[in-house]
Ligand binder design. Structure first.
Ligand code: FE2
Ligand code: FE2
Length: 449
């Protein structure tokens, strides 16, 4: 008999499982129960339990009906979860597994087991509470949140993400950025995810412009972090993206107000010295064109344009008879003119600007070999913006007439740049300028034809 085993009443007692046989029809009563069942239901003895009816143990009438319905329809009930009246009528979660027996003389019995599943239920409730809490948090944060696997496939998104792409959160699962964004943009986003996965390093606060499926652009700030499993292996990425468009628009408004105010200063210079104004306007156009060739963004282009327009503003503080003197300047007069750099710097150094405007202007007469002024800076210690401004300035000044000389012409100007290429002037920028002139049929691209 070694292959046979019996789960008898005492074993069930040991395991804490309640056993019962119940007479269901024609009259109701417990025929057999074990001690564990009495204990689970809060009775002090099996005898006390036998005094109650099964139907009275159900806390909810509907559950009792359902239980009997299944039992009579299927002949059995598997793990039927319901609330019983436990000790002192306290609700108690139980699971009933039972089968129905009909005797030859049409008596109806039910026998089976009853388990106390309150702790299991409590755990389940805690888990679902935690899940609801997480979901609530995800959905109420006015940011876009997403989780992706190692193949950049979306595992989960919050409500905000779904709204942005016009789908339900479930419809997004399994898709990638390629399904929602233009190819180049999606590629960049996925490259960032792959970087996070491969390097195990987060990308924090990256500012980018994205094209939305509805065709509008927005400015966002994104943070991506690696996601780990229990074993510490990276299983994907989590990202949070905040829409900064409103803020960016505000910043742009602030900037344009600032620029308007600064342009007034330029106008003041023009009233005093018309030559300087056309010069600065041209320098601005050249510098902006170079910036565009370098792939600069809107705000940087605005900055370099403004730097061009304001770079000689300091001349406002130089006597007109020196500024417009025909013929050669004395050393003293030349030193005086050089001061326009410092004067301009002093005028604008305290203005908060998302571009090194004051420093760039301060350095526009510096040369790579240290032969410039006022600080005699060399090489890379000169800002790229200032190197652009310097070349734009030389090009314009040589092709424009001056009080003390006629215009020298574009040929002489390009010869000057070619001669100082790499020594005084940034080689790459000179090349860009030459390309721009060539593209314009060999003439000055900054003068309206
Ligand atoms: Fe200057
Ligand atoms: Fe200038």
């Amino acid at each position: 008999m070694k292959d046979t085993f019996y789960l008898n009443i005492s074993t069930a007692d040991d395991l804490g499982i309640g056993l019962f046989k119940y007479f269901l029809y024609p009259y109701e009563k417990f025929l057999i129960t074990n001690y564990s069942l009495a204990q689970i239901l809060g009775f002090s003895s099996k005898r006390d339990l036998k005094k109650v009816k099964l139907k009275d143990l159900f806390l909810n009438f509907e559950d009792k009906q359902e239980f009997l319905k299944i039992l009579r329809r299927d002949g059995k009930v598997k793990f039927f979860e319901t609330l019983f009246k436990g000790k002192d009528s306290q609700p108690l979660w139980v699971a009933i597994t039972a089968s129905r027996i009909i005797s030859p003389n049409s008596e109806e019995y039910v026998e089976g087991i009853i388990e106390n599943i309150s702790s299991h239920k409590e755990m389940e409730e805690n888990l679902s509470l935690e899940r609801d809490f997480m979901q609530g948090l995800l959905d109420n944060i006015p940011d876009i949140i997403y989780f992706k696997d190692r193949q950049n496939r979306i595992i989960k998104v919050n409500k905000f993400y779904a709204q942005g792409v016009g789908l339900k959160p479930d419809e997004i699962v399994g898709k990638t950025d390629l399904d929602f964004f233009p190819y180049e943009q999606a590629k960049k986003m996925m490259e960032d995810d792959n970087y996070v996965i491969e390097s195990a390093e987060a990308i924090v606060g990256k500012i980018e412009r994205t094209l939305l499926p509805d065709g509008t652009w927005n400015q966002v700030i994104t943070t991506k972090i690696p996601m780990y499993d229990k074993a510490g292996k990276i299983i994907g990425t989590m990202g949070i993206t905040r829409d900064m468009t409103a803020y960016a628009n505000l910043e742009r408004e602030r900037l344009s107000m600032l620029i308007n105010a600064l342009t007034v200063l330029g106008k003041a210079l023009e009233m005093r010295d018309p030559y300087t104004f056309s010069h600065t306007r041209h320098v601005a156009t050249i510098a902006e064109a170079i910036g565009k060739e370098l792939g600069w963004r809107e705000n940087q282009l605005l900055g370099i344009r403004l730097a061009g327009e304001l770079h000689d503003l300091g001349k406002i503080g130089i006597p007109l008879d020196i500024l417009n003197k025909p013929g050669k300047l004395s050393d003293l007069e030349y030193t005086f003119i050089q001061e326009h750099v410092q004067k301009c710097y002093n005028l604008i150094k305290d203005i908060e600007f998302p571009f090194p405007l004051a420093d760039c202007i301060y350095q526009h007469h510096e040369r790579l070999d240290g032969s410039g002024y006022p600080q005699k800076l060399k090489g890379d210690s000169i800002l790229l913006e200032a190197r652009i401004l310097a070349i734009s300035d030389v090009l314009e000044a040589m092709t424009n007439h001056r009080p003390y000389r006629e215009a020298l012409g574009l040929k002489k100007a390009t010869r000057e740049l070619q001669g100082g290429r790499g020594s005084k002037y940034d080689s790459k920028i000179v090349e860009i300028v030459f390309n721009l002139i060539n593209k314009n049929g060999g003439s000055a691209f900054w003068v309206a034809s």
